[in-house]
Design a protein around this ligand. Sequence first.
Ligand code: FE
Length: 383
Amino acid sequence: MLVLLNDNYYHLRPFKGFKMSRLSLNILIIISFLALVACSAEPSGRESAGLNTISLQSAPDQGASQSEITEINGPVIVYSSRQEHLIKPLFDRFTAETGIKVQYQTGEEGPLIARLQAEGEQTFADILYTVDAGNLWSAAEKGLLAPIDSEILEHNIPDHLQDPLNRWFGLSVRARTIVYSTERVNPAELSSYTALANPQWQGRLCLRTSRKVYNMSLVATMIERLGETETQEVVEGWVSNLATRVFSGDAQLIEAIAAGQCDVGLVNTYYLGQLQAQNPDIPVALFWANQNSSGVHVNISGAGVTTYAKNRAGAVQLIEWLSTAEPQYLFSDLNLEFPANPDVSPVDLVASWGDYKQDTLNVEAAGRLQADAVMLMDRADYR
Ligand code: FE
């Protein structure tokens, strides 16, 4: 199976119905392949052809031959924008429990989605697993994901964290909220995303670049909640309150608050968790925004089954399994995120931030309004 995969990765051909010249398609595939290799820190050898394998740890039937096992329980192949250390422990556990192998390719979401699109029906990917509803929405809009009809997923994953057309499901929750200096800010001064535009925060606010999808999604949901005019006023207020130029990462932003460069900012909570795990005394704390109104902006990591999946049954089984208690806890353990399944509690560090009200607006708004959010942030001079 793996040999076949490797061969085909080097001999990808245009497929029927794809309106693109053979030369352009080959160039696109080469570009997306190079981008993937550049983005994923994977070892050489077999993996350099594109896929990592998690070995079969317990065969379902000791009497079955290898070829029978492959036929009954062929591997599930995942294209993942999540890093290997965040997915491998989960896939290992799944393989140990079910006997189904998982192979995966990691890379940046843009090149992964472009690759899936270029491969069309020739793709080996059964699952696309990525972060941010905006990315999943865009893959679904390109026709790359097929709906899943699953009682298990409908039961385990709340409605606002799944595609209304069931082409993708959230598997972990990422909350984007306010962080503040415990030395210079009284949390009683804080309330909402909108209030960070007030003159009170002049020269005290830090933001990550508007080019990061997390901020596109936050502003997209603000457009849905508040409308364009009010959202633009808020974003302009943020920009006028900036203490310094925008950061390329959330962790740098938190460190800037700790260092005294600014007093408040907006981040995904797991970045604070990672820094707190290294330094429990870091003088930065988290504040749950919008608790008296719409709730904290949440986004997801999530997955969908590809339109041309060769192992659709195995793919659905893996996504369903990921929505159950043990893997849901592991998401929180591995990356300090919140379980998407509300019946599962997160790890202690994450639980220590306290309960909060989530915005229950469907996260698909992050994709649907992404282009509007980008244009709005541009008009507001948010770089
Ligand atoms: Fe992140």
